[in-house]
Write a protein that binds this ligand. Sequence first.
Ligand SMILES: [Zn+2]
Length: 502
Amino acid sequence: MSVMQASISHFTLENLQVHPISIQMAVARSTQPKISFSGLVDQHIKESMVRLSVALKDRGLSLPKDHVTIHFTPAIYEKKGSDYDLALALGLLNLFGFIPRIPKNLIFLSELGLNGDLNGSDHFLAFYHHILQHHPDHILVTSLEIHSWLEQNHAPCRQVISFENLSEVIMWIKKTPHPQLPNKSETPIQQTIPKANLSPLKEVHGLNKSKLALLTSLISQTPLLFIGSPGVGKTLLITQAKHLLPPLSFNTWLEGQLLTNIRDQKNIHFSPPFRTPHYQASPEAFTGTYHRGKWIPGEFSLANGGILFLDELPHFKPQVLEALRTPLEERVFLLSRAHFHARLPAEFTLLSAMNPCPCGYFFVDPCACTCTHRQISTYLSRLSGPIRERFGIIHFVVPKEELTTFSEYPIDSICCLGNLRNQFGKTFQQQVLTESFKNWYTSHNHSIKTPFTYLNKRSVRHMTKIALALSLLREAETPNEHDWSLAWEFQNAHTCFTEITL
Ligand SMILES: [Zn+2]
């Protein structure tokens, strides 16, 4: 009895992570036709053989009636769905000698119709993101439908080859047994969003210090909390922030979407997300859920690359506020459910707002405030110490903010923060800035009185970021005296909480 073998590379998606796998096939001469599967495959894959037989027969390719064993390795990961149809068809054709051996850098990704047409793929975005990140020499072979979707959305297509049907793929493999990628490197095209020449912040009158706090937060991606009475303009100001962000790169967009189904996608929107969940939203609405094998992204993922705005911050559920801690610190969050664990990107800037007391008028006019000290204290205590510490900038928005003090910062003429953000990424050096901050701090020791070593590491990091963002706004690369004083002020509003809640 002779045994023939074939092998074809592929991927699988488990726990929202892509793993490379190999589909191995072996045939043993037998009088009874039979196909056996192993390696944790689901019913969809087993049923695919019925479709494949019809599609192959339709092309005049009848497979010998032998015993074929198909093993997906490594067997520890689950393999699901109809994405493997095309790979299985080509593996079988290679196994029986109809086509040459298939190179390891080709990934065939498409469902097959009964007539042999390539019908798209469920996990295309996840696998595509994976090869863009980790396998620059791999080629995804898929349907025309997916290719044209990528082209329409100006996505990089260098590693994607598409065909209409199985016959075309077979002809291509026969003609090109060792396909190579074109040498020309392709840079992802950024979608441009027409921008007004007017600064979005100019629409809001006054509030210069609040505008400065907002710009600083957006450049350095430092979480910001505005505290102010109703109608003072804090929400209006934050709403303008979405117009200041640069459009998303395709890669950032993909990162946020990689786990969704390509069949759910119509057009990509490159405008940076501006998410405003209600305070009654559940913790799952933020983290996302995994239901019946389908990933439903939450606010942390939906805000990736943009802004998450939490208005009325103390009213959010304590579990939601606690869940914010990891994404704010590490720019990713961990999703942990029974049999399901994933690490997901959460690159957003957190902007939030709240009233100073339950009635809202504490800072405007203490006489107008009807709250007792106990009520105010209970209200502010809803934000725990660890949560408050995550806010690098806490700023009290008051109607009569100084108008002239900040003339060195071009607050009202900034239209987009794209360049400043890039500059921030290139120039931020924690150690150098910490030294610079230490010098400033020591020279002001007489007024501050706490030794530098007593400072919390997180607040030092926040302050260095804020000071650098302020200096970049002035078109300088090193913070000056004024930048450090402002950074200190923005960071030290924390103490007000402590004083009031005592
Ligand atoms: Zn009050």
